[in-house]
Structure formats: structure tokens, C-alpha cells
Design a protein around this ligand. Structure first.
Ligand SMILES: [Zn+2]
Length: 98
């Protein structure tokens, strides 16, 4: 017969909360399961996202909106390096919100 102690779950929830915050996400509801969408607010852009804790823990990154901005920035940098003169574009909304 298995003994049930609340402590492992409590510690897991505290640890999961810390991992989320390290990924710039503020959990909006209690931790339930590593493979369940977890409503959180991005501390960079303020958007509400629902990543799975498993994805954050495994290093997939936090907010998908901010990740898209990072990809766009990388693509712009690549274009700048490969073309002369560099293309100048006006800042988009995504550039300024994240
Ligand atoms: Zn974000």
C-alpha cells in the first residue's frame, strides 16, 4: 500500500513555478500536470500563453510570441549580412512590444 504525502507534489509545484518564472512566464493558475496547458502571462510582452510545463522544462522557450520576435530578428540579421545595402524597414508592432 502506497503512502501518500502531499510534500512531493507541493515541492514539484514550487519548482515548476520557478522554472516558469526563469522563462519569463508568470503562472496564472496552480500547477497541475507537466503535460497540461498552463495559463501564464509573458513577463516580456504581457500576452497570455498556455505552454505545457514539460516544454518549458525541456528548454523549448517560453512565450511563443517573443520567440517569433527573436526568430524575426535573427532572419533580419541574416538578410543584413547577406545583402548590400541592408534593407531598412520600419519597426513593426512586434518589434516594440517585446
Ligand atoms: Zn512574450
Amino acid at each position: 500500500m502506497a503512502t501518500t504525502s502531499p510534500w512531493p507534489d507541493v515541492l514539484q509545484a514550487i519548482y515548476a513555478d520557478m522554472v516558469m518564472r526563469a522563462a519569463h512566464l508568470e503562472p496564472l493558475e496552480p500547477y497541475r500536470h507537466h503535460n497540461r496547458p498552463w495559463a501564464s502571462r509573458c513577463m516580456r510582452c504581457g500576452r497570455i500563453v498556455r505552454p505545457r510545463y514539460r516544454q518549458i522544462r525541456d528548454g523549448w522557450g517560453g512565450c511563443r510570441h517573443c520567440a517569433a520576435v527573436a526568430r524575426n530578428a535573427a532572419a533580419r540579421a541574416a538578410r543584413t549580412n547577406n545583402s548590400a545595402p541592408p534593407a531598412r524597414t520600419a519597426p513593426t508592432e512586434e518589434d516594440t512590444t517585446c
